[in-house]
Design a protein around this ligand. Structure first.
Ligand SMILES: Nc1ncnc2c1ncn2[C@@H]1O[C@H](COP(=O)(O)OP(=O)(O)OP(=O)(O)O)[C@@H](O)[C@H]1O
Length: 286
């Protein structure tokens, strides 16, 4: 098999911060290792203060590890050129409020060396991708939280990165805005872009990620393919449409007659509260 360089490689990362209280050391990240292959969507989940942002910042070279190392497409995170292939949406992105959405993207595009027709094409493409064409000339100061996160995502994509890092991309965004961001993450995946996101909104992580790591008090406590992590190994699900009561009864007696198998539950599957909310506020079947 061909040797593929991981998009993200974090090895035994430890990060200590010196606290103001008696200058004690606080271990924010304690021996975390993560490997993300190109094209994967990886979700790092954990409670507040468990070390998610610090792990991402170490990967971006924004904090220096106490020990361990991080690399992006094989390049050490402490070297500037490791960031050539990365787009980052921080937890609370800062924007110049007097600029419009288009001006904001133009500004970042210029920082990345784009000029002229190429710059304009990229700005238009990104505004269309994040569905903000209608608000392109409105000042960012008047954007909703969901729109701000989408323009932030567009900004992170300006230089056509192969890896996008999203720190709590849907924090403070309502379910409709969250769904738009979720759909954008799907679009990134379709384009083969690797996504590394952290969140404590578990349902969303479950919807978009194919790999998940659970971090708690700085340590990785569980990691793997989402499907493997959430499968209940000794159970089998059969979902029937328009089944008659007689058929359900037949299945029930078949199970009762077989040794070693028991019926755990029958009934109607439930939608999620999020889908119900979206159906009632947006119309149509979500
Ligand atoms: N610059 C810093 N100086 C001192 N302590 C810090 C610093 N940055 C983070 N910490 C501490 O490190 C721990 C991990 O913080 P971190 O922000 O990585 O967690 P998180 O999982 O991203 O949390 P949240 O979900 O609240 O964003 C916390 O106890 C935090 O207070």
């Amino acid at each position: 098999m061909a040797d593929i360089t991981p998009a993200v490689e974090i090895k035994d990362l430890v990060k200590d911060f010196r606290t103001s209280f008696r200058k004690q050391l606080l271990r924010a990240v304690d021996g975390v290792s993560i490997r993300i292959m190109p094209g994967e969507v990886y979700g790092l989940i954990g409670p507040n203060g468990s070390g998610k942002s610090t792990t991402m910042k170490a990967l971006l070279g924004l904090v220096a590890p106490t020990s361990g190392n991080c690399s992006i497409f094989g390049k050490d995170s402490l070297k500037v050129d490791s960031r050539n292939d990365v787009g980052f949406l921080p937890e609370n992105p800062y924007f110049y409020k007097h600029l419009s959405g288009a001006e904001t993207l133009r500004f970042y595009g210029k920082l990345c060396g784009l000029r002229g027709r190429k710059l304009e094409d990229r700005v238009n493409e990104l505004l269309s991708l994040v569905d903000l064409e209608g608000a392109r000339d409105r000042r960012i100061g008047g954007y909703s939280k969901g729109m701000l996160q989408r323009i932030g995502l567009a900004q992170a994509l300006v230089q056509e990165p192969r890896l996008v890092i999203l720190d709590e991309p849907t924090a403070g965004v309502d379910p409709i805005g969250s769904r738009q961001i979720r759909d954008l993450i799907f679009k990134l995946r379709e384009r083969g872009i690797t996504v590394f996101l952290c969140s404590h909104l578990l349902e969303q992580v479950q919807e978009v990620c194919d790999h998940v790591g659970i971090i708690f008090r700085g340590k990785m406590v569980k990691e793997g393919r989402l499907e493997d992590l959430i499968a209940i190994e000794d159970q089998t699900e059969i979902i029937l449409k328009d089944a008659s009561p007689e058929l359900v009864e037949q299945i029930r007696s078949l199970v009762a007659a077989s040794s070693g198998t028991s019926l755990v539950r029958t009934g109607k599957p439930r939608t999620t509260l999020e889908r119900l909310f979206l159906r009632e506020t947006q119309g149509g079947d979500q």
